[in-house]
Design a protein around this ligand. Structure first.
Ligand code: APR
Length: 234
């Protein structure tokens, strides 16, 4: 018998708030600016067409910053939960702090900072770690590379896989997301009615539809996961 298959399934949806205590700024806590940039200038296909240099430099800076920060207690706590539960992380974050925190099952909904991809064939994805991307860096087919990030207005290819995980969840945990960006914000609607839905955020988002079995932990991620621990072990 495979014991791992009998473990309760925890699905965790994370957003920028889980990385805030590591020193990465959230998006909507800074008045519509992302690290002093208008979000649409650096995270949309229109922004890319308008000024590729600005976009490339912006993500180069984010990658450089990522190399300097570390996972915090919330990231490592989620990794430790794997000792007792089948834990699937679904993250909107493009950082790699869940990976470095030790989690093993991570689905990135909005892409990854440490990767770039072809502007011609989106399946050509390359790992560049924390190094810089430059204008003139091309894919194997000779087309400019771009950050491997899902920008506003673009498809979210990982969403159907995420929905499947949510439908099988015994517990659904949401940490540090304003639930303002779709389709990620809809994922909670795919979680079975009976599954507890535990939200950890110092500023709990308002939900547009009634949510069954909702547990609110109005705390920062690192504090909130300690309460979660009590909830899961009782
Ligand atoms: N611990 C937990 N939550 C926190 C903390 C903290 N220390 N600090 C802030 N938060 C919460 C805020 O209260 C807010 O609810 O984190 C949330 C951050 O929300 P957003 O800035 O909107 O980030 P997110 O929900 O991840 O954004 C979704 O939007 O810009 C796009 O693609 C980008 O993935 C991103 C998506």
């Amino acid at each position: 018998m495979n014991i791992a298959n009998n473990r309760k399934k925890i699905v965790v949806l994370t957003g920028a708030g889980i990385s805030a205590e590591s020193g990465i700024k959230t998006f909507r806590d800074s008045g519509g600016l992302w690290e002093n940039h208008n979000i649409m200038d650096v995270a949309s296909p229109v922004g890319w067409r308008k000024n590729k240099n600005l976009v490339i430099n912006f993500y180069n800076e984010r990658r450089e910053q990522l190399a300097e920060v570390k996972p915090n207690f919330a990231h490592t706590y989620l990794a430790e939960l794997e000792n007792d539960f089948d834990v699937q992380i679904i993250t909107q974050n493009v950082d790699d702090l869940h990976e470095r925190g030790g989690s093993t099952k991570i689905l990135h909904l909005h892409g990854e900072l440490t990767k770039v991809r072809s502007t011609f064939d989106a399946s050509l994805v390359y790992d560049i770690g924390y190094t810089k991307l430059n204008i003139g860096d091309n894919c194997d087919l000779g087309y400019q590379l771009r950050p491997h990030i899902v920008w506003f207005g673009e498809d979210v290819p990982a969403i159907s896989e995420a929905i499947t995980y949510c439908m099988r969840a015994d517990y659904f945990i949401v940490i540090g997301t304003s639930m303002e960006v779709y389709p990620a914000a809809n994922l909670i609607d795919y979680v079975p009615k009976q599954a507890p839905k535990i939200i950890i955020d110092p500023n709990i988002p308002a939900f547009t539809t009634p949510i069954s079995n909702l547990v609110k932990i109005e705390k920062k991620a690192s504090e909130g996961v300690k309460e979660l621990k009590e909830y899961l072990t009782n």
